[in-house]
Design a protein. Structure first.
Length: 617
């Protein structure tokens, strides 16, 4: 018999106990850290005048200086859209199956995938489908299967023979039959780092499997009267927390008198319901439940409602004041009349992969300055970044938060795209963190709206994007994801800010992803991360997205109320009345002293592009 269960799980009960014990240790832990800080202060030589430092556990000016360490380069973020797959059409996609030879069967590709560090995290049905869709390939002895530096989109299972792996002409190892290699290629188009179902086939299997299962779960949820009045986005969240459990004939699912903390919906088979009226009598048969029936409704009144309840206000946005609306309308009216000829360049503020940011002023107003981001259209086309650029524009034009850079206006011509932005002359946050904070060794810290995407409530996306160390497990496993991945990334960020390195890191992206899939409970936290901070990080980095703090009933309020943030003035931050830990010196609208110097733009003028893809810009 097969049924779906909705449970708060033994893991949550165990974690609640651990949380309580860990928080009791905070006072002693704080005392130990204070004593350690005092000891460090006496051990280390005096700092240079005017230098201030900050760590997690001490106020600015009290921590030791930054030790000499080799400077690391900024990390490379990754973004890869599904390969031309339309989720709405996936249920109609027919996959090609290939018969397997005697040799293939002896090599046992199923076992090879199950023993692979990445593939073993897939479901058995997905692995079987992948094996069925893998075409046989015979290669001559001595030929090169994969070349270092080539773009790859195939993963291989070696069924017979041997494969020698080399890098830079040096032999690394020899692979025997039953080994899997090239698996990173099915996640996104990558460059091979050492000297194969295809990516689209893999994504089709993963996406269709996820969508079909989610659709089935939604149908089960809709069959429950208690859920029929819920909106689609909440139904989707309920479907996300369903777990599939198999029971054998004769197994007890719930015993009379036991505390009911699990809600069940029967998928397959039958459930016999009995009641024992007294200890001296035999159980009395009441009824038989079959597919589509449910039981254990009392569980919905407990932790389950804390998990998904109270989301009726998700769509209710705080009404903007008339004053703010008038300000935004006046601002939009002003910038709608600005053209490229009204702008003159002062100097360069920064350089990107295919863009340049200039400090500019309007000819009609020298009292303020702006940043003009200039992007090469040809480079955008060559790297297939059109959708990301248009998404960046849409999101930034809608963002009116004081904590994000404003985008006022965009322009385009035959060679470039232009974004007229708010100028933030305090310098790059990356540079500040690199130079001033002892606890930070960040290679990349930025909000990149080029990788952002607006996802409606209850919907998912399959874009593979992010810095490898920050990618959530559901992205790696192509399960489809939503805003809950931001909770995961916040947990990783907090860990790195406090310790100096991320919790999951390998020598290459695939090793990093495999470490991520082991889970946050396998990570040994350094002593410099307090118990309360560790508790928050672990709750943000739950493997199950629906269990992450910040993705439950009270959303971000649950994060803000966590003990680690106790005493923090959130309202002061929101109203910009909170004293910042660092205030950059800016002498005027043309002061670029907080930025590095960049050479003039001497690159060759890019070719024209009149393809018309940028009409929305």
């Amino acid at each position: 018999m097969l049924c779906f269960q909705l449970s708060k799980k033994e893991l949550r009960q165990r974690d609640a106990l651990i949380d309580e014990l860990e928080l009791e240790l905070d006072t002693k832990d704080d005392l130990i850290r204070q004593l350690q800080t005092e000891l460090d202060r006496h051990r280390n030589p005096p700092q240079h005048p005017g230098t201030t430092w900050s760590t997690e556990n001490t106020a600015p000016g009290q921590s030791p200086p930054v030790p000499d360490e080799p400077q690391r380069t900024k990390r490379q973020a990754i973004s890869a859209e599904p390969t031309a797959l339309d989720p709405a059409q996936l249920t109609h996609v027919t996959l090609t199956n290939y018969s397997k030879s005697e040799v293939s069967l002896r090599a046992d590709p199923n076992r090879a995938l199950l023993e692979n560090d990445f593939m073993k995290h897939l479901e058995q049905g997905q692995i079987q489908t992948i094996v069925d869709c893998m075409p046989p390939t015979r290669l001559a002895q001595g030929c090169c299967v994969l070349q270092e530096g080539d773009n790859g989109s195939l993963v291989y299972v070696l069924e017979e023979g041997k494969v020698e792996v080399t890098k830079g002409g040096q032999k690394l190892c020899t692979m025997d039959p039953g080994k899997v290699f090239g698996e990173l290629a099915v996640l996104y188009n990558c460059t091979r780092t050492a000297t194969v179902t295809d990516r689209q086939g893999f994504q089709t299997i993963m996406m269709s499997n996820g969508l079909i299962k989610h659709f089935q779960y939604m149908e089960f949820v809709r069959s429950v009267p208690s859920f029929q009045s819920l909106p689609e986005d909440i139904l989707s969240k309920v479907a996300d927390v369903l777990e599939e459990t198999h029971y054998s004939e004769g197994d007890y699912i719930i015993r009379q008198g036991a505390t009911g903390d699990t809600f069940f919906i029967i998928s397959e088979g039958q459930v016999k319901v009995t009641q024992q009226k007294s200890s001296n009598e035999n159980p009395e048969f009441l009824t038989t439940l079959t597919s589509g029936d449910w039981f254990g409704e009392q569980a919905l009144k407990g932790s389950f409602m804390h998990l998904i309840g109270g989301l009726d206000d998700v769509n209710s946005r705080q009404n903007e004041s008339d004053e703010l609306k008038a300000k935004l309308e006046a601002e939009a009216g002003f910038f709608s009349s600005v053209s490229l000829t009204d702008i003159h360049v002062i100097c360069t503020l920064g350089l990107g992969g295919f863009s340049r940011v200039e400090l500019v002023q309007l000819n009609s107003d020298t009292s303020r300055s702006f940043a003009l981001k200039v992007l090469k259209k040809r480079h955008i086309l060559d790297t297939s970044q059109q959708d990301h650029i248009l998404s960046e524009r849409r999101i930034m034009m809608d963002a009116h938060s004081p904590f994000t850079v404003r985008l006022y206006r965009t322009f385009r011509d035959s060679k470039y795209l232009y974004m007229l932005l708010e100028a933030c002359l305090g310098g790059e946050l990356w540079t500040l963190l690199r130079d001033r904070w002892v606890c930070v060794r960040l290679e990349q810290l930025q909000v990149d709206f080029g990788f952002a995407k607006k996802v409606d409530l209850g919907q998912k996306t399959w874009t593979f994007c992010g810095t490898p160390e920050y990618v959530a497990p559901e992205i790696i496993l192509s399960k489809g994801h939503d805003v809950s991945v931001d909770c995961w990334s916040l947990g990783i960020l907090i860990y790195e800010l406090l310790s100096g390195s991320p919790p999951f890191s390998g020598s290459d992206p695939m090793k990093t992803y495999n470490i991520i899939l082991r889970g946050i409970d396998m990570v040994e936290f350094p002593k410099k991360i307090s118990k309360s901070a560790a508790n928050l990080i672990k709750r943000l980095c739950r493997d199950n997205p629906s269990e992450r703090v910040g993705n439950q009933k009270n959303r971000v309020k649950d994060i803000q109320k966590h003990k680690w943030f106790e005493g923090f003035n959130w309202e002061g931050l929101r109203q910009a009345t909170l004293a910042p830990p660092f205030t950059p010196t800016v002498k005027g609208p043309l002061d670029t002293g907080n930025f590095d110097c960049f050479p003039d733009d001497n690159e060759a003028t890019p070719p024209d592009d009149e393809s018309g893809w940028d009409l929305e810009f």
